[in-house]
Design a protein around this ligand. Structure first.
Ligand SMILES: Cc1cc2nc3c(=O)[nH]c(=O)nc-3n(C[C@H](O)[C@H](O)[C@H](O)COP(=O)(O)OP(=O)(O)OC[C@H]3O[C@@H](n4cnc5c(N)ncnc54)[C@H](O)[C@@H]3O)c2cc1C
Length: 375
């Protein structure tokens, strides 16, 4: 796109949702501009762990499950396509996951979770301590002494967030998407029931259609056109260990916490859930809790150096559903935000259904539960 031409579509916010939408639109021939108030792909989407829990498309009936299932399938396809188009391996691996319970409360929740997955015909298997030790020798001690229940989910996958974002950005650029950093949307210019421009720190931007994908900051922006979403920032802290070789192969989950092994020996440990406004600091308590969990479960990590720690702001929503759809009362403006703990996972499906809606097609998933402006 030439620097002066008006794009057909302007996307506000370059996290994984905005970049995935830009990619999907560009693949289908649209002329797209994407702006971000800072650098693209440096907020929640960068901070996350990249866990992609398994879904069975055949048994996914409700819209949220269908969105996860569509996305799960697309991740597999997009990983290949993005590598072919950009040469970047986004770290998509079907590594499997183990779900662990040490307390009676965790055991009860885990059995209920396993039952739910069986109902959805998602492969899940209960393991004995010796089976755990055989699969993951690093867990031998804790399996024998502390774990009261362990389930294996072979279909769990992961991708490496910074690499996925890099691949998406490169693929967008190669398809002509105009990506503009350091340009913040500050307001909207309405004309009857249409958006005429997005006001930004350096002047207005015009397009035929607009989509707001500004993550945890979406509520602030949409309030300016009188739309309330209930999207709020939920801070998640992470810690990264560096080992010589990966000490285990599968993602380890215990309640809402997890340890994710990367191919190069790094281990991510996450994550807290805190209401701290837009403050992205880590805290000694948050980091300390994650380090303690990691070292309890995997004794090898007692000697491994901590390479880094950080925090990101998940776009939480009051009912745990994302907001995907047209802005009520504005014909040519849309939003995709509020995916909370699953935004990486649900990003390609979100991009596809938004593209279908923006092209005037019937989205392949019923978007009623995701209506923008509910709540
Ligand atoms: C610690 C942690 C662990 C996580 N783990 C996982 C996981 O394992 N699996 C999973 O699926 N999800 C995970 N998530 C959730 C996932 O990361 C988010 O749901 C997802 O990244 C949200 O993407 P987004 O594009 O909506 O938001 P963001 O990545 O936050 O992007 C929004 C972008 O909009 C820009 N922006 C904001 N306001 C404006 C404005 N006014 N003008 C222009 N630009 C603006 C921001 O600068 C930002 O770049 C995790 C999140 C965290 C924090």
């Amino acid at each position: 796109m030439s620097a002066n031409s008006t794009p057909e579509i302007l996307i506000v916010g370059g996290g994984v949702v905005g970049l995935s939408l830009a990619y999907e639109l560009a693949v289908h021939g649209s002329n797209v501009q994407l702006i971000d108030r800072a650098s693209v792909g440096r907020e929640a989407s960068w901070a996350g762990a990249g866990i992609l829990p398994p879904v069975n498309r055949a048994t996914a009936i409700d819209p949220l499950d269908r969105l996860r299932a569509l996305s799960h399938q697309l991740h597999r396809e997009w990983a290949v396509r993005l590598r072919e188009e950009t040469g970047v391996d986004n770290g998509y691996r079907e590594c499997g996951g183990l779900y662990l319970a040490r307390s009676a409360g965790e055991v009860a929740s885990l059995h209920a979770f396993a039952e739910m997955l069986r109902d959805l015909e998602i492969e899940i298997e209960r393991l004995t301590p010796s089976e755990v030790a055989e699969l993951e020798p690093a867990l031998s001690d804790v399996a024998a002494s502390q774990l009261k229940a362990v389930y294996s989910l072979p279909g769990e996958a992961q991708l490496r967030n910074p690499d996925h974002l890099k691949a998406l950005r490169l693929a967008c650029e190669r398809r002509g998407v105009d990506i503009v950093a350091d340009r913040e949307a500050t307001g909207f210019e309405l004309s009857n029931s249409r958006l005429a421009a997005v006001q930004t720190t350096t002047g207005p931007l015009h397009a035929d259609q607009y989509c707001i994908t500004s993550g945890a900051w979406t509520q602030r922006l949409l309030m300016q056109v009188g739309i309330s979403t209930g999207i709020m920032p939920i801070r998640g802290q992470m810690v990264m260990f560096k080992c010589e070789v990966p000490p285990f192969r599968r993602i380890l989950n215990e309640g809402p916490r997890y340890l994710v092994p990367r191919d190069d020996g790094r281990v991510l440990v996450g994550s807290t859930e805190e209401e701290a406004g837009f403050d992205k600091s880590t805290t000694p308590e948050g980091v300390g809790e994650l380090v303690a969990l990691a070292r309890q479960l995997v004794p090898e990590l007692r000697d491994a150096p901590i390479e880094n720690s950080w925090a990101g702001l998940r776009p939480g929503s009051f009912d745990s559903f994302p907001y995907i759809g047209r802005l009520s009362g504005i014909d040519n403006a849309f939003a995709g935000a509020g995916h909370y703990r699953s935004g990486l996972h649900m990003s390609p499906g979100t991009a596809v259904v938004l593209r279908q809606l923006m092209f005037g097609e019937e989205p392949e998933i019923d978007l009623t539960p995701f209506r923008v402006g509910r709540g």
